[in-house]
Design a protein around this ligand. Structure first.
Ligand SMILES: [Fe+2]
Ligand SMILES: [Fe+2]
Length: 250
């Protein structure tokens, strides 16, 4: 299919993006916030609450903490993901971050929701006292510094295939980390992981729904994008994390 026709298909999916937003996405006022899961420093018993938190996470093995840090670092590179989405062809032709276009709005709703994931995990890990936060913070900065290459070549079909799989992968990793946290006795952490996983599930549903509409309008183009992305394999968002020195030296 010619490029112009592909852009037409992307445009034709906009009403379905609107539909998903209005039916499934919550307003910020209705959403949970990281503070709902964390001790409040304004409370007189905040010392006790932090002690409880640290006692709960004490038996969570280092291997689980490594997963948790990996999940958190991935979430924290969110500015790159919003940029990635808006650079996909046809998603924000106005080049306007406050665009009212359905796709641009979706990208903001999606990333605004995601932003709470990194915030919550970051704060929980900070309060846990179990990880070297400075090293973790350096990794986050390094990842943002390096950017992302999700191997979609700016193609919106590739982008929808990519995000469908990536959200699914993120859902699975949060669910599994939550199960291990539960097993180790940190029920608060398990609840956090499950809550985040629930939103990843919703995002997976969104991207599969959007891609389904593309398949309906352009089955050949959709399948070609699916094949292309499967051949490349779905790289995870933090795949450039270890680029560090190499990129600095270029
Ligand atoms: Fe997330
Ligand atoms: Fe996600």
């Amino acid at each position: 299919m010619a490029f112009e026709e592909k852009m037409e298909v992307i445009k034709s999916v906009e009403p379905f993006v609107e539909q998903f937003i209005s039916e499934k996405m919550k307003n910020p006022e209705e959403c949970w916030q990281p503070a709902d899961f964390l001790p409040d420093f304004a409370d007189s018993d905040f010392h006790d609450k932090i002690q409880i938190l640290q006692k709960s996470i004490a038996n969570v093995p280092d291997t689980v903490l490594v997963s948790l840090v990996g999940n958190m670092i991935t979430e924290e590179a969110l500015p790159s993901y919003q940029t990635f989405f808006n650079l996909l062809k046809g998603m924000n032709e106005e080049r306007n971050v406050s665009s009212n276009g359905a796709w641009a709005r979706w990208s903001r709703l999606w990333t605004a929701e995601e932003n709470r994931h990194g915030d919550l995990l970051n704060k929980y890990l900070y309060l846990s006292g179990r990880v070297d936060m400075k090293v973790v913070e350096k990794s986050i900065q390094q990842l943002l510094h390096n950017g992302v290459d999700l191997q979609t070549d700016g193609d919106p079909y590739n982008g929808m295939i990519y995000t469908s799989f990536q959200e699914r992968a993120t859902k699975i990793t949060h669910v599994n980390t939550g199960k291990l946290a539960y097993k180790s006795g940190d029920l608060a952490l398990a609840k956090i992981c499950n809550t985040i996983a629930g939103e990843e599930a919703l995002h997976e549903k969104a991207y599969k729904f959007f891609m389904g509409k593309i398949f309906e309008s352009d089955p050949n183009g959709g399948l070609a994008a699916f094949v292309a992305m499967m051949k490349k394999k779905i790289v995870m968002p933090a795949n450039l994390l270890d680029l560090g020195q190499r990129r600095d030296n270029t």
